[in-house]
Design a protein around this ligand. Structure first.
Ligand code: PHE
Length: 351
């Protein structure tokens, strides 16, 4: 009976104290008060030594029971506190989905990506496929097979970056005309070809209109009965599509070792419309393309029968078109990765 009273007293006082506990911290202190080293329940076991032997077992059982009962009550409150804490957290972190969202800034395509897309779209619509070639090329593909043997003065104009040591016959390509050679050599049937090859090229240049790295696009058409008229028609149509219907196109005789005859293509200045201004140096014309009929030597070197097949090729710097179309005065800004420059081309809403 004495034990029972003791148990009742302990539980009653515990329950009273549990009623006012609000935090996990206070609960931990209360737990120490009852179950800690000098705790109320712990101290009960000190009495064991005064208990007669035959009752010791019974008393041990009593001690365990009261310990379990106290632990259970403490544990229950702990769970309750934790549940409340979680509820409060969830309530305070509730997301209001009706709040207006932050505006996400839309980026835009780099002007070079844009112009490349425009070039590709126009030529694909004319039945060309887009052809890709490597930037590291052999001297053979970049020059020799384009009718520019070692020591040929035409190499000087593309004074370029050669690789060293065991790669000394390789360079980072100075022109995308390498694609002509590759496309012809890869074509095992030696049949018709119609490709454009956009890509980076490298030359030892650097000023406001020349960068050591720039973007060219090469075109090559090979078939039976291809003539200069096809070349003219194609490039006239292309220039009008990319620069506007009002653009006039003029062909001037020129020289490239891999085309014969060769031409340079001028368009009416898009700034002054042909009247003459500082951009076109008062001539009314701007040179935009190099082109010509594929030289028979070039066809033969890549396995084509030059009696049966003819072709035309053209090449141009896409950077120049981007500069003209988007009004970029310095080519170096195109490759500078300055975000202030790029931001000028950001899409406007609705675009
Ligand atoms: N590859 C020449 C250049 O870089 C351009 C060109 C291409 C000329 C195709 C004729 C035919 O200057």
């Amino acid at each position: 009976m004495e034990k029972e009273q003791e148990r009742k007293n302990i539980i009653e006082s515990l329950e009273k104290e549990l009623k006012v506990i609000k935090t996990k911290n206070d609960l931990a202190n209360l737990k120490a008060l009852y179950l800690g080293k000098n705790g109320i329940v712990t101290n009960l076991s000190l009495k064991m030594k005064d208990i007669p032997n035959e009752e010791k077992r019974e008393y041990g059982k009593f001690l365990n029971e009261i310990k379990d009962e106290v632990s259970l009550k403490l544990e229950t409150l702990l769970k309750e506190i934790e549940r409340k804490e979680l509820e409060e957290k969830l309530a305070s972190e509730k997301i209001d989905i009706t709040l207006p969202s932050k505006k996400i800034k839309k980026g835009s395509l780099h002007p070079m990506t844009r112009i490349q897309n425009e070039f590709e779209d126009i030529f694909v619509s004319m039945g060309y496929t887009v052809y890709d070639g490597p930037e590291i090329e052999s001297d053979k593909n970049c020059f020799q097979k384009l009718n520019i043997p070692k020591g040929h003065p035409a190499r000087d104009a593309q004074d370029t970056f050669y690789l060293k040591d065991e790669y000394e016959n390789f360079l980072i390509r100075s022109q995308t005309s390498t694609a002509q050679v590759r496309a012809m050599e890869e074509n095992k049937e030696k049949g018709p070809i119609r490709i454009v090859c956009p890509g980076k090229v490298y030359r030892r240049d650097e000023d406001a209109t020349h960068s050591h790295q720039f973007m060219q696009i090469e075109g090559l058409v090979i078939d039976e009965n291809v003539s200069m008229a096809d070349l003219k028609g194609t490039l006239e149509l292309f220039c009008k599509k990319i620069l506007g219907e009002k653009t006039n196109v003029r062909f001037r005789p020129s020289y490239f070792p891999f085309t014969e005859p060769s031409v340079e293509v001028d368009v009416t200045c898009f700034k002054c419309g042909g009247k003459g201004c500082s951009l076109c140096k008062q001539t009314g014309w701007i040179e935009v393309l190099g082109a010509g009929m594929v030289h028979p030597n070039v066809l033969e070197m890549s396995g084509y029968d030059s009696k049966k097949y003819q072709g035309f090729a053209f090449g141009t710097g896409m950077d120049r078109f981007a500069m003209f179309k988007y009004g970029i005065p310095d080519i170096r800004t195109i490759y500078g990765n300055d975000i202030r420059f790029l931001n000028q081309f950001d899409r406007k809403d609705g675009e």
